[in-house]
Design a protein around this ligand. Structure first.
Ligand code: CO8
Length: 373
């Protein structure tokens, strides 16, 4: 029977951390310098003064205390305000392939599997560092996997949507074992000079192995009972820098080119959508929120997760029911719910139900209903 099972999961966490305090000190230093340099334009109303940031605000508004960075150098330098990463030659491994491989190796190890057991690789994330060759094919090459590989981008829902594709391949019998990897190298796209968003993102990579039920099971494995996806176009979260930049002379440093959002609108519109999506997904499977042992929710903002769990359970979920990892990792786009899954799954008992759910840019919402084997 081609029943898709999650048999392995891996997490790569960068060695560098940046606390709210470090980030705010750098941002405020930059803002002060900016305001001094533009004092006369600000006075004439030609330029807006840069407002000051605040570590307490960040923690209260988002729940984020710290984040990980692939490269810390440059981010806190008020004359740079972005990571300093050397270009690599075509002969060197790309950064996203490098961090993908670290997460993939951990996933293979947790499932007790080797490269020869894998049929397909999907790299699913918010940005790929180039258009082609696909990062997934580079990962496939370095791991020594035969079969096929491809990249896909759906912002915060890349992780769940990637798992959906793996689920369908296993169901259809076109693959018996699929590795889905989420190398979220977000820091190059963060506008560290934007007070409203400089604190939001962190870097990480996650990997998940989906196999058909006839393969050998790992100690902790989860039947994927069903999947559900929804998208609705919104301009409230955008990143505009793309391959047309060369011909339309876009400034790669402009706030429009980098990640930007109307955070309040996102909060208001996405929370009810996510709660309704999960409720419907459970209903379609004759389940209700109280039947679930764990919620591995998207990790963008702690207040969003509290609001969604209140709509689902009639009360705030506990850390045991819906673990929060964004306090340490910040928003890691498509990897957030999968970090929560990686770190908080081993205590589930056979037959326990859980849901992985992402929500974010697009808008895009993706969920997977799991049952512990
Ligand atoms: N320090 C001090 N004050 C601040 C700061 C700051 N850093 N930032 C804002 N303020 C001020 C504001 O100016 C405002 O002041 P005033 O009331 O005088 O106007 C006040 O604080 C309140 O501001 P907000 O109303 O904006 O604050 P919120 O409580 O709404 O919190 C959040 C802001 C945290 C951004 C919140 O709105 C939020 O989290 N919204 C949801 C965001 C979200 O989930 N977005 C998803 C984005 S990620 C995604 O989809 C994938 C993208 C792909 C990855 C991208 C990688 C780069």
């Amino acid at each position: 029977m081609n029943q898709p099972i999650i048999t392995g999961m891996g997490l790569w966490t960068p060695e560098h951390t940046i606390t709210n305090e470090e980030l705010v000190t750098a941002y405020n230093g930059w803002a002060e310098q900016f305001n001094n340099q533009h004092a006369s334009e600000i006075e004439q109303g030609l330029v807006s003064a840069a407002p000051f940031s605040n570590a307490e605000f960040i923690e209260k508004a988002s729940g984020i205390k710290s984040r990980f960075a692939y490269c810390k150098e440059g981010i806190l330098d008020i004359n740079r305000m972005r990571p300093l990463i050397n270009e690599r030659s075509d002969e060197e491994i790309s950064i996203q392939a490098e961090i993908s491989i670290a997460a993939a190796k951990a996933a293979l190890q947790s499932a007790n599997k080797e490269a020869k057991d894998i049929d397909a690789v999907i790299v699913a994330c918010s940005y790929t560092q180039r258009a082609y060759p696909a990062i997934a094919i580079e990962v496939q090459h370095h791991l020594g996997i035969t079969g096929f590989a491809f990249d896909m981008l759906v912002a915060c829902s890349s992780g769940t949507f990637g798992l959906h594709r793996a689920y369908e391949m296993i169901k259809a019998g076109t693959a018996k074992s699929v590795l889905v990897i989420n190398p979220e190298h977000t820091s190059p796209q963060v506008n560290y000079c934007d007070r409203d968003s400089h604190f939001i993102f962190g870097d990480v990579a996650t990997a998940t192995l989906i196999e058909s039920s006839e393969q050998n099971r790992a100690q902790h494995s989860y039947e994927i009972i069903s999947t559900k996806a929804a998208t609705l176009f919104s301009n409230n979260i955008r990143s505009n820098f793309g391959y047309l930049a060369r011909v339309n002379d876009t400034d790669p440093f402009s706030s429009d080119a980098l990640f930007h959002q109307n955070g309040k609108k996102v909060f208001k519109e996405v929370c009810p959508m996510a709660a309704q999506h999960i409720t419907e997904h459970l209903k379609e499977n004759q389940l209700q929120p109280s039947d679930l042992r764990r919620w591995w929710l998207h990790q963008a903002n702690i207040n969003m997760n509290h609001l969604i769990s209140k709509r689902l359970l009639g009360r705030e979920a506990t850390q045991d029911e819906a673990p929060i990892v964004l306090d340490r990792y910040a928003n890691t786009a498509s990897a957030g719910s999968l970090i929560a899954f990686n770190l908080h799954h081993e205590d589930l008992q056979q037959g326990d139900y859980g849901v992985i759910c992402s929500f974010g840019a697009g808008y895009s919402i993706g969920s997977l209903l799991l049952k512990k084997c």
